[in-house]
Design a protein around this ligand. Structure first.
Ligand code: 8YV
Length: 317
């Protein structure tokens, strides 16, 4: 038996119910102890918290299959201690999220949503839209050089802009300037693109001093996780003008967006749509289903997260 924590795409739910006995936890709210013992898999998505206490409710749990690449909502270490593997949906969304980062970057710097609103509000007849900032001759720093950070760098390499990155370690196979310190990079760049995953290690690594180093013309783009940026610091920096603009697809307490960010004339805000195309969400759903099928048919996972890999190696109990 599987328990599903939240509603999912119809085609994912249909594929799951064709193959498995699925219980929808948000509808039932409660399972008998007998049923809890029958649960062998959890189907989770980006917002369903899977902590040690939930994991321990299911003594015969084998797998948590999550919809999305980020899994900061799942305690993967606690799962590993319980012998439970966790899978996510990497790769299939990389290009989509990187495309969105580029769109958000251009929209923020060239003020595309603001210009469109100007036209729709009938203001064009009374004069041209005010001139925007420019991407030309700007230096971009990417925070986080995982799959998505790399795909953003790849796209930006065609933009004729200076690029660099900060990550936990230097990536020897990448020919871009590396900054060991985030502050060092923030001091040198005009635009900071956050492509780092969420979780305890990256929580609030972008705080007011880092934001201020970008300067009053500086721009921050976030398509990683809202928790990476101390959001109230960003709101204050925007209000006080120590940073120029922000383009955000992710927030600390989604779907809540602080009023100071929402109301700022140079903020561009999106409702976490990085991977949200029909094509990519279907591919993510298919990968989630493949992980479950492969686990229950062959005891193999297609895309286990790093914390689960030791559990899948033969010889390790
Ligand atoms: C989804 C994401 O919005 O993959 C991720 O980590 O943040 C997004 O692709 C989310 O997973 C939907 O549940």
């Amino acid at each position: 038996m599987l328990v599903q924590l939240q509603p999912m795409l119809e085609i994912v739910e249909a594929a799951l119910s064709r193959r498995f006995n699925v219980r929808k936890l948000w509808e039932e709210r409660w399972l008998s102890t007998e049923d809890a013992c029958r649960v062998r898999g959890i189907v989770a998505s980006g917002h369903s918290v899977v902590d040690a206490s939930l994991l321990s409710t299911f003594p015969n749990l084998e797998i948590v299959a999550s919809f999305g690449v980020g899994y900061d909502h799942i305690d993967a270490k606690a799962a590993a201690r319980q012998g439970v593997i966790v899978t996510n949906t990497p790769d299939v969304l990389t290009g989509e999220v990187a495309d969105l980062a580029i769109g958000l970057l251009i929209a923020t710097v060239r003020q595309l949503p603001q210009a469109e609103r100007y036209l729709r509000e009938g203001k064009w007849a009374s004069g041209p839209f005010p001139l925007s900032a420019s991407l030309r001759e700007k230096k971009v720093g990417i925070l986080g050089l995982g799959r998505i950070g790399r795909a953003i760098a790849h796209r930006l390499s065609g933009f004729d802009m200076a690029l660099c990155y900060h990550a936990r370690r230097r990536h020897e196979d990448v020919n871009l300037p590396y900054y060991e310190s985030l502050a060092g990079m923030a001091k040198d760049v005009d635009i900071l693109i956050v492509a780092a995953p969420g979780g305890a290690e990256t929580r609030h690594i972008v705080t007011r001093p880092i934001i201020d180093l970008l300067g009053p013309e500086g721009v921050i783009i976030n398509i990683g996780r809202g928790s990476v940026i101390a959001e109230l610091d960003l709101a204050a920096a925007l209000k006080e003008g120590t940073i120029g603009a922000a383009g955000l697809d992710v927030f600390e307490n989604e779907p809540v967006v602080p009023a100071e960010i929402l109301d700022h004339p140079r903020s561009v805000v999106l409702p976490h749509i990085g991977s949200a195309s029909v094509r990519t969400r279907n591919a993510m759903g298919q990968l989630l289903v493949n992980n479950l099928m492969s686990w229950f048919e062959r005891n193999e996972a297609v895309t286990p997260v790093i914390e689960s890999v030791p559990l899948l190696q033969p010889g390790i109990p």
